[in-house]
Design a protein around this ligand. Structure first.
Ligand code: CO
Length: 138
């Protein structure tokens, strides 16, 4: 089952500058910073009121975020929606013929289980499903 918005993600070309910008302009606070090896990105999760904003910076030239920055420049990269079970949603969508990037859930930031729909499935918008409850203890 889909639960609601989890976060908005923005691709950035300079992570520290972007963090400072969001802190200065809108008063965002940093809640988490992590290199997600599986996705070749470094992630900073910001909190802005009830909203979570994920800044994405590529750690490798063959990262999907590198390709995104090269073709579109910095900006909105994806929206993330909370699901009870990422795998159950991916299986349901796959059975329904919806175009997916991930057929199987994978590990995202903070140990969440994530999966991406193909942007062509939703008119150019990249949508991530996020399942909480697997967070690593810090
Ligand atoms: Co995300």
């Amino acid at each position: 089952m889909i639960r609601g918005l989890d976060h908005l993600a923005i691709a950035v070309s300079n992570l520290d500058e972007a963090v400072t910008l969001w802190q200065t302009v809108l008063g965002a606070t940093v809640v988490h910073r992590e290199v997600v090896v599986e996705q070749k990105v470094e992630v900073v999760m910001l909190k802005l009121g009830d909203l979570k904003i994920e800044l994405l910076w590529p750690t490798s030239a063959d990262s999907g975020v590198s390709k995104f920055l090269a073709s579109r420049g910095p900006g909105l990269h994806h929206i993330a929606i909370q699901a009870d079970s990422t795998q159950a949603e991916l299986s349901r969508l796959s059975d329904a013929g919806v175009r997916l990037i991930d057929l199987h859930a994978r590990v995202g930031a903070e140990g969440t289980h994530v999966g991406f729909l193909h942007p062509k499935a939703l008119e150019g918008v990249l949508v991530e499903l996020v399942e909480h409850g697997h967070e690593r203890s810090r």
